[in-house]
Design a protein around this ligand. Structure first.
Ligand SMILES: [Zn+2]
Length: 228
């Protein structure tokens, strides 16, 4: 062991003694500082799932976690309590997902450009940010995938999470259109749509339709959490 490594090792031991690492989800102590979550949370939350549903116009739709317990609280805290201090935890969860799934990695390598499901301008003004851009921003940056605003939400829809499938469909019908000047960025590209919560897929599907009509060759989707 060289001296720098030994020094790092000692620092870790001291840190573990005074500030034992805790799981960012359940706050239980975790044994190994290099682990991101405790093993229980990892098992409960990480749930990487990919579907190929042609009706959605999306080649691969990925969901990375279950929308319950820890992720539910974190997403809620970011959206409604503006607790942006939770973002590094999400970044760790995303890293964990990426490192545990080679197919997800391969999919990301095909992507030219990513875009978040947009909020209506009124909602974004009220919140101060689009949480989806914050959730995925740094992670995508690390994969060298640019993110741009390609879509606008033109219907100020109600919150969708407690609605039935038919109601959701009605709410998101024609809810999106191209952002000004976006077409030149879309033509011939493989585009990734990002969202925080995936329920029935209607929102992502509506976004995909607009991107396909504007000339995207393939559309992929990633949602942080699945409530399906
Ligand atoms: Zn935990």
């Amino acid at each position: 062991m060289n001296s720098r490594k030994a020094f790092g090792y000692i620092i870790d031991m001291v840190l573990d003694f005074f500030y034992p690492p805790r799981c960012p989800i359940c706050e239980r102590y975790i044994e190994n500082r290099s682990d991101i979550l405790c093993s229980e949370c990892e098992e409960n939350i990480l749930s990487i799932d990919c579907s190929h549903d042609l009706r959605l116009q999306i080649k691969e739709t990925w969901r990375l976690t279950k929308y319950k317990g820890g992720t539910q609280r974190i997403i809620w805290d970011i959206k409604f309590n503006k607790k942006l201090g939770e973002l590094p935890t999400i970044k760790k969860i995303l890293d964990k997902a990426l490192n545990s799934n080679i197919k997800l990695k391969e999919m990301l390598q095909k992507i030219d450009l990513a875009t978040a499901v947009p909020l209506h301008v009124n909602r974004e003004r009220e919140r101060g940010f689009n949480q989806v851009e914050l959730i995925f921003g740094e992670w995508l940056n690390q994969q060298n995938i640019p993110m741009e605003r390609l879509l606008l939400r033109i219907k100020d829809t109600e919150h969708l999470y407690d609605k039935k499938r038919e109601e959701r469909q009605r709410e998101v019908d024609s809810a999106f259109e191209l952002a000004e000047g976006a077409e030149v960025h879309i033509k011939g590209k493989r585009i990734l749509i990002l969202d925080d919560i995936f329920t029935t897929g209607t929102t992502m599907s509506e976004c995909a339709k607009v991107l396909k009509t504007a000339g995207a060759v393939e559309v992929y989707g990633i949602a942080l959490a699945s409530d399906y």
